[in-house]
Design a protein around this ligand. Structure first.
Ligand SMILES: [Zn+2]
Length: 73
């Protein structure tokens, strides 16, 4: 099979798996800084958040990862 097509298929499968995982693993995330619960429906601020499920805290604006831990950046 052509290498480029194989890569596309693997990428598509991974994208679907990540989306399913994000839907199944969704639970309230609390900000590590201020303790505020983040809304279940989040608006990704950038491609990285869309991809990996990070948050920008609705309370204090802190950058959080998918588990609500503060991101050190
Ligand atoms: Zn916060």
């Amino acid at each position: 099979m052509d290498g480029a097509i194989t890569g596309l298929i693997i990428g598509a499968v991974l994208t679907v798996l990540i989306l399913v995982w994000m839907m199944l693993s969704r639970k309230p995330v609390k900000c590590a800084a201020c303790g505020r619960e983040q809304p279940a429906v989040r608006t990704p601020k950038n491609a990285q958040q869309a991809m990996w499920g990070g948050y920008t805290c609705v309370g204090c604006g802190a950058e959080l990862d998918a588990k609500g831990a503060l991101k050190k950046s």
